[in-house]
Design a protein around this ligand. Structure first.
Ligand code: DX5
Ligand code: ZN
Length: 221
């Protein structure tokens, strides 16, 4: 997918007491998506947030809500996330036994459908489903926690996926999630990513959200 790189602040690292304000600040600072991490304590060891937070954020920003489901049995919840205001729903291929059916049902909800891959899941696992999705998310850390270090081999995986998408002439979004910093962001974009989900590097930065977003924007432009 060509065009400007999209920044998707990941609210997992936000201050939840000031979530509305921080999302509004990220929106004003030029975010493209708001990335929302949903964890169930089963697919990943951690528990985070869910449907009510998506519904509460919906009126606070005009940006697309990019909902990343790190949960088992995502098929049981996608319609509730869509009703709450999700614009993109991304499910983990490792959590789905009938991925084709699930992607179809997400699209029937008039929501964009994404698939996510854990670091150890090979690209071949999703090759057949690529023509049916709007977005593919490469996890560059083991999902479950913010603030982890970027797994270096992810860069090669991103490049191979970019080639695969180009070869198949598929104009879908390539999102990378986990361990993104000002320093490694340019290389991730160069490898072929066009959406960056960034948590701790934005919300825990001492420069604050707005200034950090500007630094990221410059770094990837
Ligand atoms: C991790 C989540 C990420 C997380 C990234 O499982 O999917 O979206 O917020 O956080 P950082 O950018 O701190 O690695
Ligand atoms: Zn995420």
């Amino acid at each position: 997918m060509k065009g400007k790189v999209k920044l998707a602040p990941s609210i997992l690292s936000a201050d939840f007491v000031r979530l509305g304000e921080q999302v509004a600040e990220a929106t004003r600072a030029g975010a493209d998506y708001i990335h929302i991490d949903v964890m169930d304590g089963h697919f990943v060891p951690n528990i985070s947030i869910g449907i009510p937070i998506v519904a509460s954020l919906r009126p606070r920003t005009n940006l697309p809500l990019d909902v990343h489901l790190m949960i088992q049995h995502p098929e049981q919840y996608v319609s509730q996330f869509a009703d709450s205001g999700a614009d993109i729903i991304t499910v983990h291929v490792e959590a789905c036994s009938s991925l084709h059916r699930l992607i179809h049902s997400i699209k029937e909800l008039n929501v964009k459908a994404g698939i996510a891959l854990n670091p150890a899941t090979p690209l071949t696992y999703v090759e057949e489903i690529l023509p049916y999705v709007d977005l593919i998310l490469i996890m560059s850390v083991e999902p479950g926690y913010g603030g982890q270090s970027f797994i270096p081999s992810s860069l090669d995986k991103i490049s191979r996926l970019r080639k695969m998408l180009d070869n198949k002439k598929l104009n879908i979004e390539l999102e990378v999630d986990g361990g993104i910093t000002i320093d490694n962001a340019p290389g991730i974009v160069k490898a072929g990513a066009n959406v960056l989900a960034i948590g701790s590097s934005i919300f825990n930065a001492k420069e604050g959200i707005s200034q950090t977003m500007q630094i990221f924007r410059k770094a990837v432009s």
